[in-house]
Design a protein around this ligand. Structure first.
Ligand code: SAM
Length: 235
């Protein structure tokens, strides 16, 4: 399938970042990302790399907050057979649709404008997300992570998998504890570390807040690093 005309027409081609060319496993993605759409970060890149080590054959998959759509494309390349993708607003959704169609995805894709876990069409085999945290816009910053864990059983089939990435800044032991409390069997798919992004230093309060999270970050040769971890949890 070639690029979807509808998606291309909706994208304002003058407002695109330079094309993001990125290799994930054996797959090279050439992503168009609008200036106002979430640009893949080290978190998203790590999740993409981990997806490429996993098997999603014949899975009915839900991706929440797809952004530019990179993970959806990789999920299909790893065998997903039916896909639902969500975004909170139309521009990101149009952008994701454009990239998904551009990368030749031929399975059925249901595009839903939805507020996080308020999604129709389940239950699913796999639920996947890179939840907002640093820019969650919530006083309780972990809101989207906690909701993902707490609501997973309403979206997934019994034995289904929740796959998500989070930073050590968002308190890894707390997420593992919550998943255990929810009766999930937790596996670490893989972890890496990434340098702080510049915006972390924009608000001194944010650094103070993070300094209170056990193991939130490390400093090596004067540079701050966070751990990035991908979990797979079975309900
Ligand atoms: C951390 S970004 C991840 C984007 C993409 N999955 C990636 O990894 O590059 C979180 C995404 O969730 C979307 N989002 C924010 N609030 C949301 C909500 N209430 N419901 C659904 N999506 C939301 C944002 O627009 C953004 O695209």
């Amino acid at each position: 399938m070639g690029p979807g005309k509808e998606g291309l027409q909706r994208l304002d081609r003058d407002k695109l970042h330079p094309m993001q060319v990125q290799q994930f496993g054996e797959h090279v993605l050439k992503l168009d990302v609008l200036e106002k759409v979430w640009m893949p970060t080290p978190h998203g890149v790590h999740l993409g790399n981990m997806i490429c080590t996993m098997d999603f054959r014949d899975a009915k998959v839900l991706e929440l907050g797809t952004g530019c759509g990179l993970h959806s494309i990789l999920l299909v390349y790893r065998g997903a057979s039916v896909l639902t993708v969500t975004e909170i607003e139309q521009t990101s959704m149009d952008n994701a649709r454009h990239n998904i169609e551009k990368h030749g995805v031929q399975i059925p894709v249901d595009y839903q404008i939805a507020d996080w876990t308020h999604v129709e069409g389940g239950p699913y085999d796999v639920l996947i997300a890179n939840p907002p945290f640093g820019k969650s816009g919530k006083a309780y910053r972990r809101y989207f992570i906690d909701k993902l864990i707490l609501d997973a059983h309403t979206l997934l089939k019994k034995g289904g998998r929740l796959v998500f990435v989070q930073s050590s800044m968002a308190d890894i032991p707390r997420s593992i504890g919550l998943m255990h409390e929810c009766g999930m069997k937790v596996r670490v798919v893989g972890e890496t570390d990434g340098p702080f992004r510049d915006y972390y230093f924009d608000h001194p309060d944010y650094i103070v807040e993070m300094a209170q999270v056990p193991g939130a970050y490390s400093v090596r040769n004067g540079r701050h690093y966070e751990r990035l971890i991908v979990f797979e949890a079975r309900v």
